[in-house]
Design a protein around this ligand. Structure first.
Ligand SMILES: [Mn+2]
Length: 360
């Protein structure tokens, strides 16, 4: 288990590389260039600047998280080949700097969604990301973008700023004719094109699950349970068609048995990396993110780490979203303190499992 940390780069992260390096046993980053739009080629110089800066602080960067797939690829439009060519150029550029895992998602229209980015946890006064489907009411994505423009607290759709409202409307319209099977077909087309290049340069693609872990706004979603992930792995037999299992995303859905999912794909060598965090279920499609500790949430973190230890011990992991604690101001979910606590806790579980296994 290689412990890593997400870092948004010098211009947009409140956390410094020296702080990350001081977290015990932190070996590297899961890199994130958040200013790159989906479909762009990432130039060598920009990749090099980020990775060299990490290396100067003693941190590796063998995982990159934010090479987003252009919507035209997900929708299977004629224009997709150009965007796939750009994606391949980016894969080649990343590999030149030693990147081995590229995390992507295939969620239509938007990325993750929450209904409150800073919901206070009554027990201790900290706050965390929160979702309650009831808060959405009859609102769809368009209403949320409008609300964001009005400055309403809580709602935002990452990647869909109010000035892109027109584009959002036409994209949503196009998805009315795209079923889950069609979306999978489009993913297969993408994977068939990029995995040979990944094999050539020694990298893998790692699909991140839907978040929250069920379909929303009547859009097709294909990556939120064991069955869906099995179908994705089955689309292309290359080991470069891999997964980034996110315990918080999958864990938002109470139906998912996360340790069983890890064991299933871990034994097949199809997990490249993981985001590990805990969630507290508050009701039907209603949850908040908790500290990483098992007893603070509803996921069994011991069983999760044990499944990694038993089936895929060499993967990259990172503590995922943390709560906002100790008065820190940072990007929601991405403060220093609670994620550092999470990394220490996960490493502690690992040490206990490892030592326990040796003495048997
Ligand atoms: Mn995640």
């Amino acid at each position: 288990m290689k412990m890593t940390f997400r870092w948004f780069g010098p211009k947009s992260d409140t956390v410094s590389l020296s702080q990350i390096k001081q977290i015990p046993a932190m070996t590297g980053l899961m890199g994130f260039l958040d200013y790159k739009a989906a479909g762009e080629v990432w130039p060598l110089e920009e990749i090099g600047a980020y990775i060299n800066e990490a290396a100067a602080s003693g941190l590796e960067c063998e995982v990159i998280e934010s090479v987003n797939v252009h919507e035209d690829i997900k929708m299977g439009l004629d224009t997709r080949d150009g965007y796939i060519a750009n994606y391949i150029a980016t894969i080649r550029n990343l590999a030149k700097y030693g990147v081995k895992v590229i995390v992507y998602n295939f969620m239509p229209v938007f990325d993750w969604l929450r209904t409150d980015l800073a919901r206070e946890i009554p027990e201790d006064g900290s706050n965390s990301l929160y979702f309650d489907e009831k808060d959405l009411g009859a609102m769809g994505p368009i209403d949320i973008v409008k609300k964001t423009a009005e400055g309403s607290k809580g709602f935002s759709l990452p990647g869909w700023e109010p000035e892109r409202l027109k584009e959002l409307e036409s994209t949503l319209k196009r998805y009315e004719n795209i079923s889950a099977d069609k979306l999978r077909e489009n993913l297969k087309y993408f994977l068939d094109a990029v995995t040979p290049v990944c094999e050539e340069v020694g990298a893998v693609m790692a699909c991140h699950p839907d978040d929250p872990g069920w379909p929303i706004f009547n859009l097709p979603r294909i990556a939120h349970d064991l069955d869906g992930l099995k179908k994705i792995v089955g689309l292309n037999s290359s080991k470069a068609n891999s997964l980034c299992l996110c315990t918080g995303s999958l864990g938002s859905n109470t139906e998912n048995d996360i340790p069983a999912i890890i064991r299933h794909f871990g034994t097949q060598g199809r997990i490249a990396c993981m985001h590990i965090r805990n969630v507290k279920h508050l009701g039907y499609r209603h949850f908040r993110e908790s500290s990483h500790l098992s007893k603070d949430g509803d996921l069994d973190m011991y069983a999760i780490v044990k499944a990694v230890y038993d089936t895929c011990p060499d993967i990259y992991v990172r503590p995922d979203h943390g709560r906002m604690i100790w008065g820190e101001s940072a990007r929601p979910g991405y403060g220093l303190y609670d994620r550092a606590l999470g990394a220490c806790y996960l490493n502690g579980l690992w040490e206990a499992i490892e030592r326990g296994s040796c003495s048997q």
